[in-house]
Ligand binder design. Structure first.
Ligand code: CA
Length: 332
């Protein structure tokens, strides 16, 4: 297979604080020998484990991008035992365009792992991260939110894994992140996800969904910042104990959690994020846009639980995910 065309402008394995870029050649009309310059910070102190922290996997999700910008300026190499690699804008073209996917090739980075060294720009990013950065890491924290088309209760998440020791380590890291909600998450389709790649390499993986709607809030950014520091303390990279507040445990046991629109139109939510809903109860109505004499279509909850995610803009299209209902887990 071809070699990656990506070149880091900083050493990845040297002690100290290094801010630089992953330079990915991108020949185009306005720059014949141009590059995509993906920002990266590597902070390495005394010997210890390595955390890889990524955001901007989807360009329109902001909590992680903001938390990592600040963390990159705050961490002191002399005060850490181990290494922190930060990629706050992993899919930089998407971040610059404020879109989920890359405007260069429409690549959805989180569906293109393990990538290709000779593929599209987005595939080349995936390949470099998967082959050069993930192998260096003991733990990967990949920040997500709902982006422009979804909104979430703020949660950190881990997946059910075949390797139960690895699953336990992921759950422990999720609990250390200590978002207000902690989710055992089911994916609609895990093929090509960064999550799947990292877990497949046997690493500890934590992801988040911290809000959405194409912006962040003071509260959601604070959750993201605390979570990063807690993870570093949990790993022993930073001194001190994680700051642990209350968290509610949630589970997505099966595909009945997901609710998809069959008709398009005006989206009328009938429950809000954090509300409880009974199986069979009305979750949303969708009104046809073009006429006044038509009844709305009604979406009913396919399971009882708590609404953890909803479609964000006011219009839906057929096939849109309009709501996710998760199960509350009593851990006592
Ligand atoms: Ca996302």
């Amino acid at each position: 297979m071809a070699r990656s065309p990506v070149t880091p402008t900083i050493p990845l394995d040297a002690k100290g604080i290094h801010h630089g870029h992953l330079r990915l050649p991108h020949s185009r009309d306005d720059s014949a020998w141009g590059s995509v310059m993906i920002p990266i910070t590597v902070i390495r102190g005394a010997p210890g484990p390595t955390a890889l922290m990524t955001a901007g996997n989807h360009g329109d999700e902001y909590e992680g991008q903001l938390a990592l910008r600040q963390l990159a300026l705050e961490l002191d190499a002399d005060a850490i035992a181990g290494c922190v690699i930060m990629l706050p804008a992993m899919n930089l073209p998407a971040v610059r365009a404020a879109t989920r996917t890359s405007p260069i090739d429409r690549g959805n980075l989180n569906r293109l792992f393990p990538g290709r060294p000779d593929g599209s720009v987005t595939e080349k990013i995936a390949h470099y991260v998967a082959t050069e950065l993930v192998p260096r890491a003991d733990l990967v924290l990949d920040y997500h939110s709902g982006g422009r088309t979804l909104d979430f209760l703020p949660f950190a998440a881990a997946h059910v894994l075949e390797d139960k020791a690895q699953e336990a380590a992921c759950i422990a890291a999720m609990e250390a992140f200590n978002a207000p909600w902690s989710m055992i998450m089911l994916e609609i389709d895990s093929a090509g996800m960064f999550d799947t790649e990292v877990e497949g390499q046997g690493k500890v993986f934590v992801t988040t969904e911290l809000g959405g709607g194409g912006t962040a809030t003071a509260r959601s950014v604070a959750i993201a910042r605390k979570g990063a520091r807690n993870i570093l303390e949990h790993m022993g990279i930073l001194d001190g104990a994680p700051e642990i507040g209350p968290t509610a445990q949630l589970d997505m046991p099966d595909a009945r959690c997901f609710h998809f629109a069959e008709a398009g139109g005006l989206f009328e939510p009938l429950v809000d994020l954090g509300d409880d809903i009974a199986e069979g109860a009305r979750l949303a109505r969708i009104w046809p846009v073009e006429r006044c004499d038509a009844e709305p279509s009604v979406l009913r909850a396919r399971r009882g639980g708590i609404l953890v995610s909803r479609h964000f803009p006011g219009l839906v299209q057929p096939g849109d995910c309009v709501g996710v209902v998760a199960e509350r887990v009593d851990k006592s």
